[in-house]
Ligand binder design. Structure first.
Ligand SMILES: Nc1ncnc2c1ncn2[C@@H]1O[C@H](COP(=O)(O)OP(=O)(O)OP(=O)(O)O)[C@@H](O)[C@H]1O
Length: 251
């Protein structure tokens, strides 16, 4: 696999948050990172962008441990859950600035302005944007970088239905370009429309992973079961993973 997360453990101060995390991601696949509030999804993504270091284990992209990859060869782009921007730069200046850093990316500023309807916001500073427009700027900036791996922390937050639809199609196109994509989301029916694989995280542990077909087989669920039903069976309302509702779901 192109991305491999191997035996990763992480603690904030002394509090263990992630326990023995193992998963892989192929090129040209979208993986959904699913789990309740506080499960550790954002923490996992922060480790993958090197914001923090695992206490044990490795994150490998291509053949390289991410901590051995030079900054200029960083293969990862990230859509953050909390917007990150320069207060003094306008939307236009943000787009131009990132484009200037990554001229080799064939995506143009104009195409992103059109795709995300940013035209009437170009002269505004980010703090003057609505939540959804700011989110569109965060997505556009991430797509302007040069990358093989796209990580996104709840990227649909704040997007209206039309923009959600468009971004979903953008993801499907990126897949065709062989990008490796990991998306943390609570929007299960949406995820079901574009994800190839899923990782279910509960209390810092992976309780299930695989394609939907694989998960249904492992959980002995019928093929009509939705992702939401799988979630309720695996995680429910916070009951520890026991698969207790599995029989009910299959009836
Ligand atoms: N900076 C921090 N210092 C200490 N603990 C933290 C810090 N950030 C997160 N945590 C804790 O780590 C755990 C996992 O949090 P994380 O944000 O990764 O969860 P999440 O799955 O992304 O949740 P959500 O769906 O609510 O965004 C939580 O118990 C949280 O309180």
């Amino acid at each position: 696999m192109y991305v491999n997360v191997e035996n990763v453990n992480f603690a904030y101060d002394k509090k263990p948050i992630l326990h023995d995390i193992n998963f892989g991601m192929n090129k040209g696949e979208i993986t959904g990172l699913i789990g309740p509030n506080g499960a550790g999804k954002s923490t996992m993504l922060k480790l993958m962008i090197k914001k923090m270091k695992p206490n044990n284990g490795k994150i490998i992209i291509g053949d390289n441990d991410i901590f051995s990859i030079k900054r200029e060869n960083n293969p990862v782009t990230f859509i953050p859950d909390i917007p990150v921007y320069y207060e003094e730069l306008t939307v236009w200046e943000h787009l131009q600035f990132i484009k200037a850093l990554y001229p080799e990316n064939s995506v143009t500023v104009d195409s992103l302005i059109r795709e995300f309807n940013l035209n009437q916001h170009l002269n505004k500073i980010p703090s003057a944007l609505s939540k959804g427009t700011l989110q569109k700027l965060m997505i556009a900036l991430a797509l302007l970088r040069q990358y093989d791996v796209l990580l996104a922390d709840e990227p649909f937050n704040g997007l209206d239905p039309a923009q959600t639809y468009k971004f979903k199609n953008t993801l499907k196109n990126l897949k065709k370009q062989d990008k490796t994509i990991l998306i943390s989301t609570h929007l299960l029916s949406l995820a079901e429309d574009f994800c190839d694989r899923y990782i279910f995280l509960y209390d810092g542990r992976i309780v299930e992973q695989g394609t939907k077909t694989e998960i249904l087989q492992k959980q002995q669920m019928n093929k009509e079961t939705s992702l939401e039903q799988i979630y309720m069976s695996l995680i429910g309302e916070g009951e520890h993973y026991a698969g207790v509702q599995k029989t009910v779901m299959c009836e």
